[in-house]
Design a protein around this ligand. Structure first.
Ligand SMILES: [Ca+2]
Length: 535
């Protein structure tokens, strides 16, 4: 039985209340004036009734944008001091070692999280409006259960269409202006405002608070120029930052990474303000906290990909009276598609029938769960509506990727093309043969990839043609195929015919033409909003 706090507080109280009502009716019918006694008794029990309402478990769901898991101190970041608040939260939560999102870009990923459905079933495969998605959003489910549901940041990416039925958009300040997305203090204010509003309505709260950092623009880079007033509590220098194994040693890359890590620190500052606001509200012991990133860092081979560092996320869950503070869960693999059913079980709210994800509530209680040996990933198209679909499956040891768009000519469209790091890769590739190989892979990829992520988390050595790995490869391919059958993946036939390049190419061209039609029929994004529509 999931968390029964509500029952514990509600049932005895309401029974007592009903008993008193009957008792009073009996007294009245007996024409004995016991009104005084009734008032006295109801005064005594009226406190527990208010207590019961305010003690329903709230939900604070905090995301950061474009942050790799290993940028977090407690997850082994080689740079000290990046995330003191995340590290502290981890000591108060259950922390997952093997947690992944299903897709390395924003809007599709967030809609997987809020639907419990994989992208081809929630219909939000890219960055466009889906007016009839056919599934209840986490906000709908919690509102139906009596919650006040509000959001801060990433509003347009957090639902299939706009405007969505949140009770409030806490990004909008009381004076009608929009809070600056990089302003740490304003995240605390939004949180306080949301909690107060729920209190006024006498409802438990669901706050979806979405931190913008370390999404670009990084710290100190201001759109339209000028000085960045939102200074991180610590700024990292180029000579101290670690260079991820999937990138390369270069002074300009280091400069960009220093801005990224300083932005990670600013994301951490935002989390600090949010948690401070929660503590100050007095609701700390009564609130479930979930913290994660929507996908990996916005640099080549991470964001918009399905590699290990593209999808691995820090995941911390604190559920009062259930989770053991500071416990590291490293036995099971969990996915963002599992989050909705897990949250609903934790809050004792019934789950929708149609779900691709599976609750890991029992893992929060410290128990074991079967069939948690792999996670599934799925990418379809980018913010620019270019369709380059991919499927992947990852166990703790291996990662298999299927890239049917890769035909040797088609170039992968990705938000990371505009980065300094990408430009350096192109420049250096002119004279460096190894760099050129990396650039070719970045642009064209290959139809299938297979990595031993336990030894090669940066995915540098493709083992797809290594005969010794064939058994493991077949195992993952077969598990992926089963998942595709179970979830009605329209790419199933393409996957089954992966050894027939003509079949695969015809399928991809058909998808591209559908995507072109959608691009033409879907209203263009208003110019003022266009620059924010990044994955
Ligand atoms: Ca993102």
């Amino acid at each position: 039985m999931p968390l029964s706090l509500n029952l514990l507080f509600y049932s005895p109280v309401s029974e007592t209340f009903h008993f008193l009502l009957s008792f009073n009716r009996f007294m009245k019918s007996s024409k004995i004036i016991f009104g005084g006694l009734f008032i006295l008794l109801t005064t005594i029990v009226s406190r527990p009734i208010v207590f019961a309402k305010s003690n329903r478990i709230n939900l604070l769901l905090v995301t950061v944008d474009d942050m790799s898991c290993d940028s977090v101190g407690i997850y082994g970041c080689k740079l000290k001091g990046t995330t003191p608040n995340m590290d502290r939260l981890a000591t108060q939560s259950v922390r997952f070692e093997h947690a992944h999102v299903t897709v390395g870009n924003c809007m599709p990923c967030r809609n997987v999280m809020f639907s419990g459905l994989i992208s081809h079933n929630n219909q939000v495969e890219g960055f466009y409006q889906v007016t009839e998605p056919g599934w209840p959003h986490m906000a709908d489910l919690l509102k139906d259960a009596g919650y006040y549901a509000a959001i801060r940041g990433k509003v347009s990416h957090s639902a299939p269409y706009q405007p969505y039925a949140w009770d409030d958009d806490l990004t909008i300040l009381p004076n009608g202006e929009k809070a600056h997305m990089k302003d740490a203090k304003s995240f605390g204010e939004s949180t306080t405002r949301g909690i107060n509003k729920a209190n006024e309505l006498d409802k438990p709260f669901f706050l979806s608070i979405n931190i913008s950092d370390p999404h670009k623009p990084f710290w100190s880079q201001v759109r339209g120029g000028g000085r960045d007033p939102h200074v991180p509590s610590r700024i990292f220098k180029a000579d101290e930052v670690p260079v991820p194994g999937f990138l390369f040693e270069d002074p300009e890359v280091r400069e960009e990474l220093a801005l990224y890590y300083s932005s990670v620190r600013r994301a951490d500052d935002c989390l600090g303000e949010i948690l401070k606001a929660l503590k100050k509200s007095g609701q700390w012991e009564n609130t479930m906290i979930v913290f994660l990133s929507d996908h990996g860092m916005p640099l080549p081979f991470a964001k918009t990909q399905l590699y290990h560092h593209s999808t691995r996320t820090p995941l911390m869950v604190r559920l009062p009276n259930v989770t053991e503070a500071g416990r590291l869960e490293k036995r099971h693999m969990v996915s963002v598609v599992d989050l909705l059913p897990t949250i609903l079980d934790s809050l004792n709210i019934s789950k929708p029938k149609r779900l691709d994800g599976r609750s890991f509530y029992s893992l929060l209680k410290g128990k074991a769960q079967e069939d948690r040996g792999f996670v599934i990933k799925e990418y379809n198209e980018n913010a620019g509506r270019s369709r380059d679909p991919m499927r992947a499956i990852q166990s703790k040891k291996y990662l298999y990727l299927f890239n049917p768009w890769s035909n040797g000519e088609r170039v992968f469209a990705t938000a990371t093309n505009g980065t300094v790091t990408c430009k350096r890769m192109i420049k250096l590739a002119e004279e460096d043969e190894k760099m050129n190989e990396r650039l070719e892979l970045y642009k064209y990829r290959v139809p299938e990839e297979f990595y031993k992520v336990s030894k090669d988390p940066d995915c540098l050595e493709n083992l797809i043609n290594y005969p010794t790995q064939e058994k493991e490869l077949k195992k993952l391919q077969s598990a992926l195929e089963n998942w595709m059958i179970e979830t009605n993946d329209p790419m199933l036939e393409c996957f089954r015919n992966r050894d027939d390049p003509d079949f695969v190419e015809a399928y991809i061209q058909q998808l591209e033409s559908e995507s072109d039609l959608r691009r033409k029929s879907n209203k263009p994004i208003p110019k003022a909003k266009r620059q924010k529509k990044k994955s």
